[in-house]
Design a protein around this ligand. Structure first.
Ligand code: DX5
Ligand code: ZN
Length: 217
């Protein structure tokens, strides 16, 4: 089982100074940063693009876990890879060549991930398990931070973890949305090893304690 990794989501950071928010993450000894890219089509919200990622890249050593919530992610792989993404995850729901896009992400030197929304069955991503570095199970409907954790996703996480074990695969299993210390512990119980936390991280009264507790999961 992989050691726990916390990936704070910069969507919950200070949008007037994202570099400062990223620096807070780095200064706490956290290694990953989750960057939510939204196009206003696949999700009803807009966030930021490759130019912002490139600007953050200049001053950050963090592992950039870039989550593309886009209708046409295949059109943007190069620009996010060039901007400095370390991992690019793409949703299974839009219609494009998922296998070719996942391979393209690798050919550009990035790790890849496949993402599924709460309403999407685990079977939708099963064919890709052998070619991904990460599976991201959305525990809220994507688009906004600060939503409530969907507990019914625990069974889906457990199913994907079982496939991982049975097929001796090594991808990371990540959750995203409504993750705090309590819901992270529930997700860890069913095989999660990578935790996106936006609101709970940036709103934590003692962020160092939050980080230390997450690391012990
Ligand atoms: C939602 C995003 C999440 C969000 C984190 O569409 O994908 O990463 O920023 O949500 P909270 O604030 O619930 O941790
Ligand atoms: Zn996300």
């Amino acid at each position: 089982m992989h050691a726990s990794i916390l990936a704070p989501s910069i969507l919950a950071g200070d949008h007037a100074n994202l570099a400062a928010s990223a620096a807070i993450v780095e200064q706490l000894g956290v290694s990953w940063l989750h960057l939510d890219i939204m196009d206003g089509h696949f999700v009803p919200n807009l966030s930021f693009g490759p130019q912002t990622v490139a600007a953050l890249r200049k001053n950050s050593k963090l592992f950039f876990d870039v989550h593309l919530m886009l209708d046409e992610p295949h059109r943007y792989i190069e620009s996010f890879a060039k901007a400095g993404a370390n991992l690019i995850s793409i949703h299974i729901e839009p219609a494009y060549d998922h296998a070719a896009t996942l391979a393209r992400i690798h050919s550009l030197g990035c790790k890849n991930g496949i993402v599924l929304n709460p309403g999407t069955p685990a079977s939708a991503i099963e064919p890709f398990l052998g070619q991904v570095d990460l599976v991201l199970v959305m525990t809220v409907q994507p688009g906004f931070g600060g939503q409530s954790f969907k507990r019914e996703m625990l069974a889906k996480i457990a199913q994907i973890d079982t496939w991982r074990k049975d097929r001796k695969l090594d991808f990371r299993l990540e959750v995203d949305g409504g993750i705090d210390l309590a819901t992270a512990a529930e997700c860890r119980q069913v095989g999660t090893d990578t935790f996106v936390a936006g609101t709970s991280f940036f709103a934590a009264p003692d962020r160092a304690a939050f980080v230390a507790t997450m690391a012990r999961l």
